[in-house]
Design a protein around this ligand. Structure first.
Ligand SMILES: Cc1cc2nc3c(=O)[nH]c(=O)nc-3n(C[C@H](O)[C@H](O)[C@H](O)COP(=O)(O)OP(=O)(O)OC[C@H]3O[C@@H](n4cnc5c(N)ncnc54)[C@H](O)[C@@H]3O)c2cc1C
Length: 453
């Protein structure tokens, strides 16, 4: 088919962070763009992920802060949690994001089809509403993921929710919640409900929580969760769910715990519904792509969570840019250094290589470990432990990776993105002047310890 005979230059399946970013980027480059979305613009991130959970974390952290104000001489005698007001605020913020996306789609003449769709071949897309077929020269699949249901007896019981179901149905704080899965989603929800005063139990089948982090960091976070009163069991095998309880083995012990609700945070699989009729290379329910985000069909790209790599909104947005640059024949740096943030209390942020990865590669590296105990902002916020860990090349002193654990870690980690992307060394970092008092001045203090060794 000749280019001018296509309805669009780029058709994008999904209007999550990957899809809407690709659409805006492509339209800004002068391409004719259509987006297909079967639910709401914004995808998982805006509607059921980043935005509602970070709003809940914000509100529940405020509550925690108020409760700890006594020793500053501030008392809040009565505690009310009006969950319908919280929900209203969450919905207001979500709506603001959705209309922002629609505004940009209008501004850039991007056609939004509010419909489920699927590919008939590598350039034809079939829609449900309206019932028609559309053609496009390039296709970008940004269809995200769906929750993985563990194969456990009783898993369909009515007291068991995944995070989306929980966010849709929660009107009150549960007294007792059991969260299955000690990954990022699990520990963030554990933090939210613990802040709100629920009795929280976290069950993880691996021997430690968040095992993609270095040992010392996941242990530190584990200790902080325990200190806050969250019950954590690792090495867990769940036997069944029944009558508002969970039967499980933790090591050799058998336990049965009662609860009001269970939340499943047991991972996600790729949403492949749009490619059921065509053959594109896949791996474990995710679409395989090369460095340019191209699939095995040359004119079809896949970006974001559907590629099964790092399931973060900022990664999806970056991959959107990469795909559009490829489509428009432009060069683009192929960075693979993404920050990872856990919005727990304290926050944990990480970028670059872990010690474990470097050790496995036989790399010669060393670390700086700095405690933020004497940092004024840490002292003022009266929060749990703060540390900075910098992993650097032993010969060149270039930064290879970094962890930050403290309030605002998710903001501070971008400093290390700049260092790593630009190949900067500890000497370069030492020359940077940061304002006082701030959390981030600890980065400078941490580096100073290297020069005093
Ligand atoms: C509880 C939770 C909290 C999270 N918090 C964070 C966070 O704080 N920070 C962060 O970076 N990431 C967070 N994430 C992850 C983040 O939400 C995802 O990485 C991000 O949304 C992925 O974007 P995407 O565009 O690849 O896919 P999605 O956002 O999943 O969007 C895919 C879209 O495609 C649509 N779609 C699928 N199939 C079709 C079809 N056949 N036809 C039409 N439309 C279709 C879907 O309806 C959906 O809207 C969180 C996730 C969860 C579950």
């Amino acid at each position: 088919m000749d280019k001018k005979n296509y309805n669009y230059d780029v058709a994008i399946i999904g209007a999550g962070p990957g899809g809407f970013s690709a659409a805006i980027e492509a339209a800004r480059k002068g391409l004719r763009v259509a987006v297909f979305e079967k639910e709401q613009p914004g995808g998982l991130c805006v509607n059921w992920g980043c935005i509602p959970t970070k709003t809940l974390l914000h509100v529940s952290n405020l509550l925690q802060t108020c409760q700890k104000m006594d020793n500053w001489g501030l008392s809040f005698e009565k505690r009310y949690i009006h969950f319908n007001k919280i929900n209203n605020n969450i919905n207001r913020i979500i709506e603001k994001y959705r209309s922002g996306i629609k505004f940009l789609f209008n501004k850039y003449d991007i056609m939004l089809y509010s419909s489920e769709c699927y590919l008939i071949d590598n350039c034809q897309i079939k829609l449900d509403t309206p019932n028609k077929t559309i053609t496009s020269k390039y296709i970008v699949i940004a269809s995200g993921t769906v929750p993985l249901m563990p194969d456990i007896p009783g898993v369909n019981a009515n007291f068991i929710y995944n995070s989306k179901q929980l966010l849709m149905n929660i009107h009150d704080i549960p007294n007792r919640i059991i969260i299955i899965g000690g990954g990022i989603e699990g520990v963030e929800f554990a933090t939210i409900f613990n802040n709100f005063g629920s009795q929280v139990t976290l069950l993880e089948k691996k021997e430690r929580l968040l095992d993609f982090l270095d040992d010392d960091i996941s242990k530190l976070l584990y200790n902080e969760l325990i200190k806050k009163g969250i019950r954590v069991y690792t090495g867990v095998y769940i036997k069944r769910f029944r009558d508002n309880s969970v039967d499980f083995y933790s090591g050799d012990s058998f336990l049965s715990l009662d609860c009001d609700i269970v939340m499943l945070a047991t991972g996600r699989r790729g949403n492949l519904s749009s490619i059921k009729n065509i053959s594109i290379n896949q791996k474990d329910s995710f679409i395989s792509v090369n460095h340019f985000m191209e699939t095995s069909e040359k004119n079809i790209y896949a970006i974001g969570d559907i590629t099964g790599k790092m399931q973060f909104a900022h990664v999806a947005m970056y991959e959107a840019q990469k795909a559009v640059m490829r489509i428009t024949g432009k060069q683009f740096d192929n960075h693979r250094i993404y920050p990872v943030c856990l919005y727990t209390k304290p926050e944990v942020a990480f970028i670059g290589y872990t010690e474990k990865e470097l050790a496995e590669k036989g790399y010669s590296f060393s670390t700086i470990l700095y405690s933020m105990d004497n940092n004024l902002m840490s002292l003022l916020s009266k929060n749990s432990k703060g540390i900075i860990k910098i992993i650097y090349d032993k010969k060149s002193n270039m930064v290879l990776g970094a962890y930050i654990v403290c309030d605002k870690a998710s903001e501070m980690i971008s400093e290390f993105s700049v260092y790593i992307h630009n190949g900067l060394s500890l000497y370069d970092i030492d020359r940077i002047i940061r304002p006082h008092p701030t959390f981030s001045e600890s980065i400078g203090e941490a580096v100073k310890t290297f020069f005093s060794e």
